[in-house]
Write a protein that binds this ligand. Structure first.
Ligand SMILES: *Cc1c(COP(=O)(O)O)cnc(C)c1O
Length: 337
């Protein structure tokens, strides 16, 4: 099997995860009767220090349910120009919610200039959409947000009467990297979306957490969006297994990404290498043809997405031996191009 460094979404359920799925107690979750889903929602909410949780099929739907629960038609949310909730969710908030995004620039660390955020908040005026929400993302391109920045952003939001949503698809990685309790990272936010299907290795699933009223509203939106699933405990069992068994090992993914970054520094044909949590970004010299590199790497058993800047991601299915093979493959192929 190819060593797949394209994303941490490519993981396959482990044998013990599949056993947990097969053994899951289930019921009809639209009736609120799936015990495994109910437990997952409660457990995830408690881990994140929130009152309630909602199990959803994807992070995209989780973020969309949150945006719909926070914003009315004609409201506006402030979001990063390169944030998932703006750029990579097919414009769902605008298309399905009549919610206007106000995208703003994020720096390399995934952070707004808070003065720009403040300036973008529209005063009450019939000309303007109502700015009601600020959306952050942690991690962003693998970067863990600076806690002081998050505190400052939250203070600004409170002062200007905005609510706060966090796209925490990889907040588990942020908690592991910072060796902090994930609840502390979630604390400033009204709602937080977390993915179980990335580095944690579940096949499907995200959870949206927040206070009971907001989550109840999001539950109604989930139904409208077609995300009300029936015997979903089979999936929730995989997510619970991931939470119980795969959180502590995220630091291994981070170490492997760091090792990969270190060996790439020394390879020819490389312009820049950035490492952050489980991601490595490699910018190639103009002399390297990215498609040719990807093809040659594939012959060496390594799957990458071609690009002038490569994103390489470590995850549950990448072992130390796989990593060694990938490092050797990069060194050999880059030498030959
Ligand atoms: C993966 C991801 C999501 C959600 O993605 P789905 O594929 O819909 O589960 C949201 N935000 C970020 C930052 C992500 O990386």
């Amino acid at each position: 099997m190819l060593i797949d460094l394209r994303s941490d979404t490519v993981t396959r359920p482990t044998p013990s995860m599949r056993e947990a799925m097969a053994a899951a107690a289930v019921g009809d979750d639209v009736y609120g009767e799936d015990p495994t889903v109910n437990e997952l929602e409660e457990f995830t909410a408690s881990l994140l220090g929130k009152a309630a949780g909602l199990f959803v099929p994807s992070g995209t739907q989780s973020n969309l349910c949150a945006l719909l629960a926070h914003c009315e038609r004609g409201d506006e949310y402030i979001v990063g120009q390169t944030a998932h909730t703006y750029k990579y969710e097919a414009g769902g908030a605008a298309v399905l919610g009549s919610i206007q995004p106000q995208p703003l620039r994020l720096d390399r660390a995934g952070q707004f200039d808070l003065a720009e955020v403040e300036a973008a908040i529209k005063p009450p005026d019939t000309h303007f959409a109502n700015t009601v929400l600020l959306a952050l993302e942690n991690t962003k391109d693998g970067h863990v947000l600076d806690p002081q920045y998050v505190a400052d952003a939250a203070a600004l939001a409170r002062r200007r009467d905005l609510r706060l949503h966090l796209d925490g698809a990889r907040l588990w990685n942020a908690a592991a990297a910072a060796a902090t309790d994930i609840a502390a990272l979630a604390e400033p936010f009204d709602t937080v979306s977390v993915c179980l299907s990335k580095g944690l290795g579940a096949p499907v699933g995200s959870v949206l957490v927040g206070d009971a009223a907001r989550v109840a509203s999001a539950r109604r939106w989930r139904k409208m969006l077609g995300g009300g699933m029936r015997q979903a405990g089979i999936l929730a069992a995989a997510c619970r297994h991931a939470l119980d068994h795969h959180r502590d090992r995220l630091v291994d993914d981070h170490r492997r990404a760091e090792e990969l970054a270190a060996s790439l520094q020394d390879c020819p044909g490389i312009h820049a290498v950035i490492h952050a949590t489980n991601m490595v970004f490699v910018t190639l010299d103009n002399s390297i043809d990215p498609t040719q590199l990807a093809e040659q790497m594939r012959k060496e058993g390594v799957h990458i997405t071609p690009g002038r800047t490569l994103r390489l991601v470590t995850h549950l299915d990448i072992t130390d031996a796989d990593l060694d093979q990938a490092r050797t493959a990069f060194a050999t192929v880059l030498q030959s191009l």
